[in-house]
Design a protein around this ligand. Structure first.
Ligand code: GLU
Length: 507
């Protein structure tokens, strides 16, 4: 099996493109095949600098690796279509020789004139086809000498000659048989007047030369496939298998998921942050939002594919094992950001603590938070990760660590203090100074024993201590908080609290 991902570098890779790449990758790995990255940059007017690098970085972040591509080379190099330009013209001329294509000399204004003329005659959206072709300036209508003359002196394009009266049939691995009559098709340009191929020609020629066995791409390319099928026939090449993946829909199901929907609904539609080189506008990515690549990949796999078993959480290796095209559905897949977060949460919980610390530390540092030793960082992560769905939530959940409470507390919080405990606290502190060892378990035993001995309900003691140490009544386990703060910081905070409430510790 040989599959390829063939993006056009016209901007950042949409999350739907990541899914296409992922499905190709999973199949290649499952069947021990090869996975090619091919950059389809023949439309120079839409070329965006940085887009190719972005695509490679984004897929690398996701753990999607290629066997061949512009960044790693391979037996079919070059992998950028702009660098293969000379090749395509030969194939276009070959089709002309074989009677499957022709030269056309019509100018923009002549094409426009044709459209207007046929529209006036009642035709809807006139195209260059069997009906209009005889009225145009091309190598089928002009005398051979004039054609030769024009080829020497004028810009021209090569158009595909769609055969009359045929039903083009092909099998799509996801949708089954697809059939289109050639009267529905137009004579698409194969080679442009600048000598560059169009998508159709370059795509088919390269899939053939690169020995691609399975063309797996988004549903938006389905309408192009009948032409591709005819091109394979015209060249006399064996055609690959086709599979068109379902569209990614907006959460409400009302249409294709676009960048604008993401902006409006508050979730990213790109894997990584992207800065538009023209407008300077920045779009957020899943990575910057705090997703793990494992979470993004797992969620994307589920957008259009249903595992055989009742299970939703997979590592990429488990996906390779479980994935098959038979279980990809035809129906569009609705994007569900909450589900994406949930899937990410499951991966956050499963990640080894050390690896999580490696991911959190740069975030911690980029926020210029006070330095944190490695063992405290791991302890903090352990405290917070259960409830976090995204990486930054871990940092926010341990705010108590880097942002000591300020006193006096706001009235609403102050009202929750247990004054009897406040009175006793100096004595408690005196004993805490001596407490050995200082672990969550020891601290808990101490607090429970003291509360019981003094007849203070634990349900009042804990919120008071929590307010004194964190300024908040909710959060991770108080005993664990005391353990990570350490004895010194715990006592400093309790003393500052007491000072604010007018109670002095007696030494
Ligand atoms: N260049 C096309 C794209 O941008 C490739 C479509 C295909 O895979 O054939 O998606």
């Amino acid at each position: 099996m040989v599959v390829r991902f063939a993006p056009s570098p016209t901007g950042p890779l949409h999350i739907g493109g990541v899914r296409t790449a992922l499905y190709n990758y999973l199949l290649a790995r499952k069947h021990g095949g090869r996975f090619i990255l091919r950059i389809e940059d023949t439309d120079q007017t839409r070329f965006v600098p940085g887009a190719e690098e972005y695509i490679i970085e984004a897929l690398t972040w996701c753990g999607i690796e290629f066997d061949e591509g512009p960044h790693i080379g391979g037996p079919h190099a070059p992998y950028r279509q702009s660098e293969r330009k000379a090749l395509y013209a030969q194939y276009a001329h070959l089709l002309v020789e074989r009677g499957w294509a022709y030269y056309a000399f019509d100018t923009e204004s002549e094409l426009e004139e044709m459209r207007q003329r046929f529209e006036a005659a009642g035709m809807v959206a006139p195209q260059y086809n069997a009906v209009t072709r005889p009225y145009m300036k091309n190598s089928l209508t002009l005398p051979p000498e004039e054609v030769q003359e024009r080829l020497r002196t004028q810009p021209y394009v090569v158009r595909f000659l769609v055969p009359r009266g045929r039903e083009v049939r092909f099998y799509d691995e996801i949708r089954g048989w697809v059939s289109v009559h050639t009267k529905e098709m137009d004579d698409k340009v194969l080679l442009k007047s600048d000598g560059m191929p169009t998508y159709h020609l370059a795509n088919v020629v390269d899939d053939h030369l690169m020995r691609v066995t399975h063309v797996i791409r988004g549903e938006e390319w389905l309408p192009s496939t009948p032409l591709h099928v005819l091109l394979y026939e015209a060249f006399g090449w064996e055609r690959p298998k086709f599979a068109h993946l379902p569209l990614l829909l907006r959460p409400d199901g009302g249409g294709k998921l676009s960048k604008r929907d993401g902006d409006q609904l508050g979730f990213p539609v790109f894997p990584l942050q992207w800065r538009d080189p023209q407008t300077g506008e920045t779009s957020e990515g899943y990575r910057e939002r705090g997703f793990l690549p494992e979470g993004v990949v797992n969620y994307l796999a589920l957008l259009g594919w249903h595992p055989a078993e009742e299970r939703e959480i997979f590592t990429i290796d488990e996906l390779i094992e479980a994935f098959s095209l038979e279980r990809v559905s035809k129906a569009g897949a609705r994007f569900d950001f909450e589900k994406a977060r949930w899937v990410n949460q499951q991966h956050l919980r499963a990640l080894p603590l050390r690896r999580l610390a490696e991911l959190i530390r740069p975030l911690w540092e980029s926020r210029r938070l006070p330095p944190v030793p490695e063992n405290s960082l791991m302890a903090l992560i352990e405290l917070a990760r259960e409830r976090a769905t995204l990486l930054p939530e871990i940092i926010e959940a341990v705010r108590f660590y880097y942002e000591p409470p300020t006193f006096p507390l706001p009235d609403q919080q102050g009202a929750k203090l247990n004054l009897a405990l406040v009175e006793e606290l100096p004595e408690w502190i005196g004993e805490l100074v001596e407490l050995e060892p200082w672990t969550a378990e020891d601290v808990e035993r101490f607090i429970r024993r003291k509360a019981e001995a003094r007849g203070l309900p634990i349900g009042k003691v804990l919120p008071t201590l929590r307010l004194a140490l964190t300024g908040d009544v909710s959060g991770p386990s108080l005993y664990k908080i005391m353990e990570v703060l350490g004895r010194g910081e715990t006592i400093t905070r309790l003393e500052r609290f007491l000072a604010a409430y007018g109670v002095q510790r007696q030494v």
